[in-house]
Design a protein around this ligand. Structure first.
Ligand SMILES: *Cc1c(COP(=O)(O)O)cnc(C)c1O
Length: 361
């Protein structure tokens, strides 16, 4: 129970149905559910609980995120996408069945040098063009041999890479990355992992043994039309309430800096959510919220705890009325586009101060 009527409602059933839809795009693959960054702001533990038994494994960014899941009783394998930072993580990874994505020669040095209590599952990340993490492609065979020689592996490594431009259907770099990784997998007789959400959604050639959908599980994407075609639905709806209403005369300024002035007599609602909750701060946005079955413009600078909305066309609105900030009617992808960012950023920035309320049938 909280006193402030602002919260993020998270529909776990829709997350599970989005996961199933993502699997149907590549029936021959296994699909890791990517739940890093607190499941893109949705809460890693509840999301893992709803998917456990359906998804064969989860993926997080680093070990601390994996430990939170184990402590909450999640038993499935958890792929740690950045591998380890220090050698002391290796023994814990082996004990806890964390799979480590090794991406650098330094990490392989650590594995060679460190005794571990039981065999470890490692994936090997290859840099095929993102130039962020991954060993050089021409070192693949040597690194695989070094891993084998440690005698510490539970199974042969999956070869993995990450796509840099999967949102752009016709970007020539996509085919180069796909071809390069497939060639390496053939040469080394290795299983393969490449596709993220955008690749899973629109680049069938990238589908392989293990796909790694993230944002699509949460109904977000840079591919708006395609999400709807697939039937993906939003999983987080952020709600707040009108906490004050005032009638302004023409020319009256709203908010810090007076960046917006009423062009005519206007009815303005103050809504109980702001950038301190994760709403994007902007002084001149085209952002809209949804109330009384209609859209309404956010006006003036967004404050830390509040924002102002022009409700001149909704005269029946009153204090205490519910306002959708994003969700069913205002897609998080749409809002992200209006403030020149991505749904990924808005979702992961939802602050802890905004309570999550979970819906599950
Ligand atoms: C985050 C991440 C994913 C998931 O990406 P989406 O675009 O959210 O589907 C997959 N693989 C790696 C290595 C990642 O870091």
């Amino acid at each position: 129970m909280t006193y402030r009527p602002s919260y993020a409602e998270i529909n776990l059933d829709i997350i599970r149905s989005n996961y199933r839809l993502s699997c149907q795009l590549a029936p021959g693959s296994q699909h890791l559910a990517v739940i890093k960054a607190n499941a893109y702001g949705h809460g890693a533990v509840p999301v893992a609980k709803i998917l456990e038994g359906t998804a064969p494994a989860f993926a997080v960014a680093f070990m601390d995120e994996a430990i939170i899941l184990r402590e909450a009783g999640i038993r499935s394998p958890i792929l740690v996408l950045e591998g380890c930072f220090r050698a002391q993580e290796l023994a814990l990874a082996a004990q806890q069945n964390f799979w480590l994505m090794l991406h650098s020669p330094e990490q392989i040095d650590m594995l060679e040098a460190t005794p571990i209590p039981s065999p470890l599952t490692c994936w090997l990340k290859i840099d095929t063009g993102m130039h962020r993490l991954g060993i050089e492609a021409e070192h693949t065979a040597v690194m695989l041999q070094r891993l084998k020689n440690t005698g510490k592996l539970a199974q042969p490594p999956v070869l993995a890479s990450h796509m840099a431009n999967a949102e752009e259907l016709h970007n020539a770099a996509n085919q180069r990355q796909i071809e390069q990784l497939k060639q390496l997998a053939r040469n080394n007789n290795s299983p393969l992992s490449l596709a993220n959400s955008a690749a899973l959604m629109q680049l069938p050639a990238s589908h392989s043994d293990w796909n790694r959908p993230g944002i699509m599980l949460y109904g977000g994407s840079a591919l708006i039309g395609r999400s709807e075609q697939i039937g993906l639905r939003p999983t987080m709806t952020v709600y707040s309430e009108i906490m004050a209403i005032r009638q302004l005369s023409e020319g009256a300024a709203v908010g810090y800096g007076g960046h917006w002035q009423a062009p005519a007599p206007s009815l303005i609602a103050t809504v109980a959510i702001g950038y301190g909750d994760g709403y994007p701060r902007s002084t001149d946005s085209q952002c809209e919220v949804f109330l009384h079955g209609q859209r309404a413009r956010v006006v003036g600078s967004v404050s830390m705890d509040m924002l102002a909305v022009d409700i001149s066309h909704i005269p029946q609105a009153k204090v205490g009325d519910k306002v959708e900030i994003w969700g069913e009617n205002i897609a998080v992808t749409e809002l992200a586009t209006r403030v020149n960012t991505l749904s990924y950023e808005l979702l992961t920035r939802v602050n802890q101060r905004l309570p999550r309320r979970y819906i599950e049938a």
